[in-house]
Write a protein that binds this ligand. Structure first.
Ligand code: MTE
Ligand code: MO
Length: 235
């Protein structure tokens, strides 16, 4: 067994403890979430961030592995998913960047696109293989002159959802802003016109209907993270 395998098992073991503890407390008794769990989860964030290997890739699959129908998840039922008019939609990129931008879908499609067939793993206990394509978040950050030594990238969505990731994970080559699923524009409930696809993290980091990307040194938290889900949420 290799060093990285051992380390992976170690990380997922740690993450499992924090996630199980965090989610149970968050869902059943939000008010008595104690500082012990919070501290354990923050400790986990630091350990996971320190051990995150930017070279390690999430497993990829072949087109025949794609799950059909692909499961929907959000903090509301599928019929409530926002319907976005792409002719007026813009992706705003701001914060610690030299050139803040508001990009159209056409702008995003002018960057190199890549296909990625990976597994989305939801903390609620299901997973599914999907085929997403889009541009690397790294390319976007470079395009706007982001301060790559900043700590966090926060993502806000048209449905009020928000989440955030660490910079090392944002720069990972498999972290993409997906525009397509199976070579067609993302179906509406799955985040059209643009979602984050980050296979090195749990499903809740994969923001759909993204409207704002903000580069910051101030801890941004997130919709589920603020309710106790372990923030780093690495796989
Ligand atoms: N905007 C938005 N993005 C979101 C969510 C949400 O409620 N709103 N839910 C997250 C969760 S918990 C999961 S598991 C995945 C589900 O993505 P899917 O609908 O493509 O399966 O989206 C994530 N991104
Ligand atoms: Mo999820």
């Amino acid at each position: 067994m290799t060093y990285s395998m051992n380390r992976r098992n170690f990380i997922s073991g740690l993450a499992g403890v924090a996630l199980a503890g965090g989610s149970t407390a968050a869902l059943s008794q939000p008010r008595i979430r104690g500082s012990v769990l919070d501290k354990a989860s923050m400790f986990n964030d630091r350990v996971q961030a320190a051990l995150f290997d930017p070279e390690r890739r999430a497993q990829t699959y072949s087109p025949s592995d794609v799950t059909s129908p692909f499961p929907f998840n959000a903090f509301y039922p599928e019929s409530f998913a926002p319907e976005i008019d792409v002719s007026v939609w813009r992706l705003s990129v701001s914060g610690l960047v030299t050139s803040p931008r508001r990009l159209s879908l056409t702008d995003l499609r002018s960057f190199p696109q890549e296909v990625q067939i990976t597994r989305l793993i939801c903390i609620e206990g299901w997973s599914a293989v999907g085929s997403w394509s889009g541009m690397r978040l790294f390319d976007l950050l470079r395009h706007v002159g982001a301060d790559l030594s900043a700590k966090y990238i926060s993502l806000h969505c048209a449905d009020g959802y928000h989440t955030s990731i660490d910079m090392a994970s944002a720069l990972h080559p498999q972290t993409i802003l997906a525009l397509d699923f199976l070579d067609r524009p993302l179906p509406r409930p799955f985040g059209a016109p643009c979602r984050l696809r980050i296979p090195t993290k749990l499903g809740f980091k994969n923001a759909k209907f993204v409207t704002d990307i903000h580069v910051t040194d101030e801890f941004p938290g997130g919709y589920w993270e603020d309710q106790g889900y372990n923030w780093f949420a690495g796989l």
